[in-house]
Design a protein around this ligand. Structure first.
Ligand code: NAD
Ligand code: DAU
Length: 355
């Protein structure tokens, strides 16, 4: 099959592209604008594979999208391109509205135009897979509840509101035009190639540099962590096996308080990186409570029983094994780290953390 992946130079998108090239026989076209979050170095292992190609394209650019669909003739579309960082959506929401809402609209229209002209076998087999987030469901506060596929939408941040909006557009394109869509809503991912504005890589790299480990508010917020390669495997199952119009929640059964995640990273670093920066006796001493995120959701937790039952997917990695692999990856890949930490990243750290 020909699979068009948007956002394939990002954290999850690059894991999906590596999975498709290494574990399947499909051809991949990676369509990515290469924003600050897009990094072709995350694809070094597969960039010379003859089944892989790349186009630097903005998903808001309908003319270019039409040409890409015409030339590549995709059987499947996996749409991951997005602005993805909640804190950035709070300081500036414009790019989130443009990419996540307008970009998804343009991609839907390009896909619909292309799909409507396919012959019937290809038309029936075509899928538009929209990759979304559990944040559209909002906040579970202090309840024991889990997010189900039927949980009402209640997004809290400009990021999650823009993702909720894109989910609604995708469902409307299915209902109104019959476009064969599937949607997934996943919990927090972690693993290799994660951009260090997000909690886990930020904490690993700050600790190794002897910098403060910033905990928003009281650190009691809970996230449900999933190793990124487990997510990539789930996405391929959904795009190839799910019934048209279905939605699947994907999660890791790994609910953790932020403060506990940070402590676990510190403990792992004591073991894996015992030669600490000058003046640091214990990584835990670097923990620093800072101003809370406005509108901060207290708890996310996924009920992933539908994808387990229908498609037989379960995560392979436990939080313990996945976190150890992740810390080790950052210790082994200092070149990648140094390159993503240059340039634009410095400005973000200055404005966000007052450094
Ligand atoms: P990311 O920020 O690491 O990567 C996003 C990618 O999209 C980058 O390569 C960027 O260059 C590209 N992009 C941004 N704007 C674009 C545009 N206008 N045109 C083309 N490409 C553009 O994001 P991620 O963490 O890999 O998330 C991927 C998707 O998965 C997103 O849709 C996100 O909402 C969703 N998601 C993420 C998580 C998570 O924990 N990271 C969890 C659930 C769902
Ligand atoms: O739930 C899925 C979502 O997970 C995805 O849709 C988003 O794209 C992804 O970025 C992620 O969102 P979060 O806001 O949960 O991830 P982040 O890594 O930014 O923060 C995780 C938790 O850690 C959150 O409660 C905020 C907190 N935090 C974060 C940072 C960056 C801190 O305490 N300190 C920090 O410096």
């Amino acid at each position: 099959m020909n699979i068009l992946v948007t956002g394939g130079a990002g954290f999850i998108g690059s894991a999906v592209v590596r999975y498709l090239i290494n574990e399947t026989k499909n051809n991949v076209l990676n369509v990515d604008k290469l924003t600050y979050a897009g990094n072709l170095e995350s694809l070094r292992d597969i960039e010379n594979n003859e089944r892989y190609r790349f186009s630097q394209t903005d998903i808001c650019d309908r003319v270019s999208l039409d040409q890409l669909f015409k030339d590549f003739q995709p059987d499947l579309v996996m749409h991951l391109a997005a602005e993805s960082h909640v804190d950035r959506s709070i300081t500036g929401s414009k790019d989130f509205i443009e990419t996540n809402i307008i970009g998804t609209y343009q991609l839907l229209e390009a896909a619909r135009h292309y799909w409507s002209q396919l012959e019937s076998t290809k038309k029936n087999a075509f899928r538009f897979h929209h990759i979304s987030t559990d944040e559209v469901y909002g906040d579970l506060e202090s309840t024991e509840d889990l997010f189900l596929e039927t949980t009402p939408y209640s997004p809290s941040s400009p990021y999650s509101a823009s993702k909720a909006s894109s989910d609604h557009l995708v469902r409307a394109w299915h209902r109104t035009y019959g476009l064969p869509v599937v949607i997934t809503n996943c919990s927090n991912n972690y693993g290799p190639y994660h951009f260090p504005e997000k909690l886990i890589p930020l904490i690993i790299l700050n600790a190794l540099a002897g910098k403060p480990l910033p905990i928003y508010g009281n650190g009691e917020q809970i996230r449900d962590w999933l190793y990124v390669e487990d997510h990539a495997r789930a996405l391929y199952k959904v795009v190839t096996e799910a019934e048209v119009g279905e939605t699947y929640n994907i999660g890791g059964h790994n609910e953790q308080k932020n403060i506990d995640v940070v402590k676990s990273i510190c403990q792992l670093l004591e073991e894996l990186a015992p030669n600490k920066p000058e003046g640091v006796h214990n990584y835990l001493d670097l923990i620093t409570y800072v101003k809370d995120r406005p509108g901060h959701d207290l708890r996310y937790a996924i009920d992933a029983s539908k994808i387990e039952k229908d498609l037989g997917w379960t995560p392979v990695e436990s939080f313990e094994t996945g976190l150890k692999k992740t810390v080790q990856w950052y210790l082994n890949n200092t070149d990648w780290v140094q390159r993503v930490q240059s340039g634009e990243y410095q400005n973000w750290v200055k404005t966000q953390y007052d450094e």
